[in-house]
Design a protein around this ligand. Structure first.
Ligand SMILES: *[C@@H]1O[C@H](CO)[C@@H](O)[C@H](O)[C@H]1NC(C)=O
Ligand SMILES: *[C@@H]1O[C@H](CO)[C@@H](O)[C@H](O)[C@H]1NC(C)=O
Ligand SMILES: *[C@@H]1O[C@H](CO)[C@@H](O)[C@H](O)[C@H]1NC(C)=O
Ligand SMILES: *[C@@H]1O[C@H](CO)[C@@H](O)[C@H](O)[C@H]1NC(C)=O
Length: 453
């Protein structure tokens, strides 16, 4: 136990000695300050001069001296070090929009696009003094030897020049001595520095030119054509030509792509929808305004369809429904026969028995959503007194429905002297059964006429 206690005591004594000596630690540092010459402990009163690391620039040029004060603190310093930067070389500025500088130690790797070769260094580093280690390299187009002409032909450079070589990207056209055609027409200087091998000159012919739908050959000789022979197409009235009017016999013995005649025939519309003022055929771009047929109406708002370049009309949701006439109340003593009250519907009226119809027996719902006439009236039939045959008289004009006739038993009843029932203002026969007549003094005539008068 005793030796351990002693050891602890010794340590405490040691610390007391060290801390009692007045001193400062490392001065406070910020990014970019050179630490290589700094110690970890400084005596009170000792001074240190701070400087920026290589590649960093001090905020102020004056020397930055700090002292370790008796309170063991460093005097203040306003030194700040900022990294040196290099300007981005001009050819690369577009690649990094919004930046013009890159920091010290940045490495740029240069490469050239395909078909270009580099002269100069492919790498450049931003140095501590704010300059680049190497200037940007140059990228020069690969060069090719002049193309070889085909046998029986020649080449024509796109850009006439007198040099003995061509450069990457340059092209030329091959031509053969007529009437031969080159197996292909174009050549170019390739990225690997080789020029296209020349084509073969050969005989070709294009077939007799053909017509086109909705158009015709405006200028053509109807025979096979040689290389570069031309024909012209035109469209029928109202069609619009899409493509090249002139068609050329190509080096493969095919005609170039024929033009197309485009236009929209009259649109096929849903029932009762109409497109006004359209020709039999409309050129692409035509706007057709849709309306409803007379007697029809729409809730779809404005309807417009446009003739597309493909020669088809656009789709539309425009719908027309029949107009609706106001509802009709059944007139008194009448019956109505109808299905609905939409445009072109008919309402038939009939009067109950004993009533005559005054007015239209039938009305129709018209284009303007009104009925063709007002409802009719059913008026009681009035006949006046029936003709009374000889030997007969009215016994009882009972209720308003029946009549009793009292006939003398000796009366000879025949068709001719019987009373007649009446409909529509003319009396008609109502014959009792013959058996009933015999031996009866009263005859019940049952012509169901009511009311009678
Ligand atoms: C630049 O090239 C060096 C070596 O050639 C390579 O280590 C580095 O990754 C390249 N940097 C970029 C951004 O390509
Ligand atoms: C840069 O050029 C050197 C030779 O000069 C080559 O070794 C290196 O691969 C090249 N770097 C790139 C990224 O092309
Ligand atoms: C051109 O014609 C050849 C036959 O002569 C045929 O094989 C080829 O497909 C045609 N090319 C075109 C673009 O029509
Ligand atoms: C109305 O009368 C006409 C002609 O008599 C007939 O064709 C039609 O079916 C009738 N309509 C109705 C709803 O009864």
């Amino acid at each position: 136990m005793a030796p351990l206690t002693l050891l602890l005591l010794c340590q405490v004594a040691l610390y007391t000695i060290v801390t009692s000596k007045k001193a400062c630690g490392r001065p406070p540092l910020s990014d970019g300050i050179d630490v290589s010459s700094l110690k970890s402990v400084y005596d009170v009163g000792e001074e240190v001069t701070l400087a920026c690391e290589q590649g960093y620039t001090p905020s102020t040029p004056s020397p930055h001296k700090l002292a370790c004060t008796p309170t063991q603190e460093w005097t203040a310093t306003d030194l700040a070090c900022t990294r040196r930067t290099c300007p981005i070389p001009r050819p690369l500025q577009d690649l990094v929009p919004g930046r013009t500088q890159v920091p010290f130690k940045t490495v740029l790797n240069y490469t050239c696009d395909e078909g270009y070769v580099m002269t100069g260094a492919n790498e450049s580093t931003c140095l501590a003094d704010g300059t680049w280690s190497h200037p940007p390299p140059l990228c020069k187009a690969v060069s090719c030897a002049l193309p070889k002409p085909p046998r029986d032909g020649r080449f024509v450079l796109d850009k006439a020049h007198t040099a003995t070589s061509t450069m990457y990207g340059q092209g030329w056209t091959y031509e053969c001595t007529p009437p031969k055609a080159p197996s292909f027409e174009r050549g170019e200087c390739l990225a690997d520095g080789t020029a296209t091998e020349p084509p073969v000159c050969r005989d070709i012919s294009c077939p007799i030119p053909e017509g086109i739908p909705n158009g015709f050959l405006a200028f053509a000789v109807m025979r096979t054509h040689g290389y570069k022979g031309t024909v012209r197409y035109a469209c029928n009235d109202h069609y619009v030509l899409d493509g090249q009017a002139e068609n050329r016999c190509t080096n493969t013995g095919n005609w170039s792509t024929k033009p197309v005649c485009r236009g929209c025939p009259r649109p096929v519309l849903t029932p009762h929808v109409e497109a006004l003022g359209l020709q039999l055929l409309s050129p692409p771009g035509t706007e057709a305004h849709l309306t409803c047929a007379p007697g029809y109406t729409t809730q779809s708002g404005v309807g417009v369809i446009i003739c597309s370049v493909r020669g088809t009309w656009g789709r539309t949701e425009f719908v027309c429904q029949p107009k609706m006439c106001p509802a009709i109340d059944t007139p008194p003593n009448a019956e109505m026969h109808f299905e609905d009250n939409l445009y072109q519907s008919r309402v038939n009226f009939t009067c109950n028995e004993g009533y005559n119809l005054h007015g239209a027996s039938s009305v129709v719902c018209q284009e303007n959503a009104e009925w063709s006439a007002s409802s009719p009236e059913c008026k009681v039939v009035t006949c006046g007194p029936p003709p009374i045959p000889d030997n007969a008289r009215i016994v009882k004009p009972k209720s308003r429905m029946y009549l009793l006739w009292n006939l003398d038993s000796s009366t000879h009843v025949s068709n001719g002297n019987l009373p007649q029932s009446r409909t529509h203002r003319s009396w008609s026969h109502v014959l009792p059964h013959h058996e009933q007549l015999q031996g009866h003094h009263q005859i019940w005539l049952h012509g169901r006429l009511h009311p009678f008068w």
